[in-house]
Design a binder for this molecule. Structure first.
Ligand SMILES: [Zn+2]
Length: 64
């Protein structure tokens, strides 16, 4: 019998964001432990807060 796996805590995941400055699309980890910068312009897209990263860019897609 196949049962659905129970997820005890919200899973960390990757999100696709758009840089607010240069519109570059980039996939970032939403539990990033370090500051994530845009690969094109260097704008900070996410910064660690101890748990979930604070994301400064617009999230366009959540990748499961
Ligand atoms: Zn950028």
């Amino acid at each position: 019998m196949v049962t659905k796996e129970l997820i005890p805590m919200p899973k960390s995941r990757f999100v696709k964001v758009v840089c607010p400055k240069c519109k570059n699309e980039q996939i970032i980890y939403n539990k990033a432990a370090t500051v994530v910068k845009c690969l094109v312009c260097g704008n900070v897209l996410a910064e660690p807060t101890g748990g979930k990263a604070k994301i400064h860019a617009k999230i366009v897609k959540v990748l499961s």
